[in-house]
Design a protein around this ligand. Structure first.
Ligand code: NAD
Length: 496
């Protein structure tokens, strides 16, 4: 059987002492094995990245940017194949995979501007004949650890900018859908990236812990679930590394009584069920303000969901595909069971869905649950499936309090026609990414992405301007050239 290996020092390697099954979630079949890197393999990748660093650091930013240009072109050229690989192992439909890849490529486009982004700051005459400037130097070997739900995009949030800034990189992707990630990294080599600058090690906790504990790794970017994000952040910090660790989410949409309800329903459909709800920005809770709005929302949503198509990734007419594994399907259905047992009303039930010809696939149909309350497990925890829960409140303040009290603070949205309410909401809500009539307010590549509260551990957000700061360290230089023959005596106080 095909084994997905590693990319170390420019070579695809199958270090297959230990492997794990990779599924096609649409059929439920094991299609490949992924190699799980041993400690020795990860250490070898770190050594290669370390060896590649001095020459890469000294490569001019414009030359690094030219490789990024070529890399972008290659990804566009091979987009269809990449989307096929994503679909086979993740299960998302090709239009969704294409969207993910496009958003990933935008990060490479931003990295193409690295000569401008690294220009630094300069001040002339900070003292008599004294100049001072700050420059941004790469850190060295940096690592990225990524989740299954965006196997192309999330790695591209990290390494194009890290590498463009002059670092060398080790990526530890999700072991559940590794093929597109490895293929894309290999295209970076084809684009002209010197061997050792970008390395990919597939693996599990052992590989991650090796990266976290190795002194040669200077910084770690992580995206995944909150318990692991917290572990990565605290371990990396204890080991003296810079770390940004993005975690899970529970994104609420407030539906105000004055909202354009048809528009809100359409937007919620895509944002709750797209990609089977396996997005950290998925809207999984609709907070309806007032029973009139709630009744209208539930009735219209129930009607609209009759048109939802769930099925295999290969059929472009489907709206969304399976979830990632059989265990995850059981977990999602378990949350629906628990909401029902806790007294919520399952209005549309996706638990028993069958897809003809794909009876063993890991499918969950779109599910709508009404009368959910904040004490329920299904409300408190991230479900990460095609499940939209409706919570009923009587006032906007009450809706905002719910959101502010939730442990997660990744994304949120308000549907309203009232500009004053929208402004009050965006100003006061304790969430990192806010939409106003925009259901998935994912920042574009030239802003930065990150949640608040337990959705992000660290100070800097992912990609965009924050990534330039995360992947570099500031050095400030103060310079004076004494005039010939003029020498000052010693001074014992700060010059003023
Ligand atoms: P996960 O936390 O299970 O895995 C993420 C990565 O951590 C993988 O590479 C995995 O191999 C590694 N890992 C898993 N367990 C580990 C352990 N015990 N020790 C060390 N490393 C470990 O996440 P997932 O299931 O792949 O992805 C889904 C989660 O990611 C959801 O919670 C989702 O909200 C979150 N996510 C967040 C964002 C964001 O930007 N905030 C984006 C995408 C996904």
């Amino acid at each position: 059987m095909n084994i997905v290996g590693h990319l170390i020092n420019g070579e695809i390697r199958c270090d297959a002492a230990s492997t794990q099954a990779v599924y096609n979630p649409s059929t439920g079949e094991v299609t490949k094995q992924v190699a799980l890197a041993s400690v020795a393999t990860v250490e070898e990748a770190i050594a290669c990245a370390q060896a590649a660093f001095p020459a890469w650091r000294d490569t001019t930013p414009i030359k690094r940017a030219r490789i990024m240009f070529k890399f972008k072109q290659l990804l566009e050229q091979h987009a269809e194949h990449i989307c096929e690989l994503i679909g086979e192992e993740h299960g998302k439909i090709s239009h969704d995979a294409a969207g993910e890849l496009a958003r990933g490529i935008e990060n490479i486009e931003y990295a193409c501007g690295v000569p401008e982004l690294l220009k630094g700051e300069h001040s002339c005459n900070v003292g008599p004949n004294i100049d001072s400037w700050s420059e941004f130097q790469p850190l060295g070997v940096v690592a990225g650890i990524t989740p299954f739900n965006f196997p192309a995009m999330v790695p591209l949030w990290m390494y194009p900018m890290a590498i463009a800034c002059g670092n060398t990189f080790i990526l530890k992707p999700s072991e559940r859908d590794p093929s597109s990630t490895l293929y894309i990294a290999h295209l970076a080599k084809e684009a002209g990236l010197p061997d050792g600058v970008l390395n990919v090690v597939n693996g599990n906790k052992e590989a991650v812990d090796t990266l976290l504990n190795d002194v040669r790794v200077k910084a770690v970017s992580f995206v995944g679930s909150t318990p692991i994000a917290e572990y990565i952040y605290s371990t990396a910090n204890a080991n003296g590394k810079r770390c940004q660790a993005l975690g899970g989410a529970k994104n609420h949409a407030i539906v105000m009584p004055d909202a354009d309800m048809d528009n809100a329903v359409n937007q919620l459909l895509g944002a709750a069920f797209g990609s089977s709800g396996e997005r950290c920005m998925a809207l999984s809770v609709a907070v309806a303000v007032g029973d009139v709005a709630a009744d209208a929302l539930v009735a219209k949503m129930q009607q609209a969901m009759k048109g939802l198509n769930v099925g295999a990734f290969s059929d472009k007419s489907n709206d969304f595909g399976p979830v990632i594994t059989a265990e995850h399907r059981n977990k999602v259905c378990g949350f629906i069971d628990s909401a029902e047992a806790d007294g919520a009303l399952v209005v549309v039930d996706g638990r028993q869905v069958q897809v003809e010809g794909y009876e063993n696939g890991f499918f969950v149909g779109g599910t709508l649950i009404d009368n959910v309350t904040p004490e329920m497990d299904s409300y408190r925890e991230e479900i990460f499936g095609p499940v939209l829960q409706v919570v009923r409140v009587q006032a906007m303040e009450e809706a905002m309090q719910l959101i502010n009290d939730h442990e997660y603070g990744n994304g949120t949205c308000i549907f309203t026609r009232d500009g004053e309410a929208a402004r009050y909401f965006s100003d006061n809500i304790q969430v990192g990414m806010v939409g106003i009539n925009v259901p998935l307010p994912v920042p574009v590549a030239y802003h930065s992405f990150g949640g608040w509260k337990r959705s992000l551990f660290g100070d800097l957000h992912a990609y965009g301007p924050d990534a330039v700061r995360f992947y570099t360290k500031r050095k400030t230089i103060t310079q004076r050239w004494p005039s010939a023959g003029v020498r000052e005596g010693a001074t014992f106080a700060f010059p003023s």
